[in-house]
Design a protein around this ligand. Sequence first.
Ligand SMILES: CC(C)(COP(=O)(O)OP(=O)(O)OC[C@H]1O[C@@H](n2cnc3c(N)ncnc32)[C@H](O)[C@@H]1OP(=O)(O)O)[C@@H](O)C(=O)NCCC(=O)NCCS
Length: 184
Amino acid sequence: MKCESTVNFVQGPIVGLRVLGPADVPQWAAWFNTPAVTSHLNKGAFPNTQAAQAEFLDRLSRSRNDVQLGIVDQTASLIGIVGLHHIDWVHRHGDISIVVGETAAHGRGVATEAIGLMVRHAFLKLNLHKLTAGMWATNTGSRRAFERNGFQLEGTLRQSFWHGDRFVDEIRLGLLRAEWETRA
Ligand SMILES: CC(C)(COP(=O)(O)OP(=O)(O)OC[C@H]1O[C@@H](n2cnc3c(N)ncnc32)[C@H](O)[C@@H]1OP(=O)(O)O)[C@@H](O)C(=O)NCCC(=O)NCCS
């Protein structure tokens, strides 16, 4: 698949993070119409379109308050996305999002490593001070992947999301650069 560079922007042991391009839009857009991907996400209530995904990519590609990258496996296939959003350059914090869109890649440590690579980029390259992440309380895998990278529980927002038959809480996690450095 054509991408913006043949070299990954960031490289880890099992996954790389690469720049996303227009050729990635159909696969990326389809993930948000897939129930197995959206079951614990604030997506899936309305259909996602390639046009909306392309507009999102265009906007984030020009933003200096977001870093959106694709997650690729060792065969260079796109399997997910990881993003750093709402970067605040005064207070030096940002919020990480993660989607492993190819469900065959779930449970293999992809999210844990991709989050770790984005954390490193955020602290060492962008010089941020604090990172946050949020997820539905039912999203055990997401919470665990962030906690494996040192994120700690900072708060619970009660009954924020409708989950088919009940409202579920939002979990808010945080990681300070100093905490991350003591782990390294
Ligand atoms: C949630 C998600 C990011 C996890 O990605 P992943 O690559 O499968 O996660 P990892 O393999 O790195 O696993 C991280 C940990 O969570 C556990 N885990 C993963 N999926 C799990 C699940 N569905 N239920 C319970 N535990 C799970 C793993 O066993 C692992 O724990 P360990 O470190 O103790 O062994 C992925 O399933 C996904 O993208 N889902 C759809 C989109 C989504 O929900 N994104 C998160 C939004 S906040």
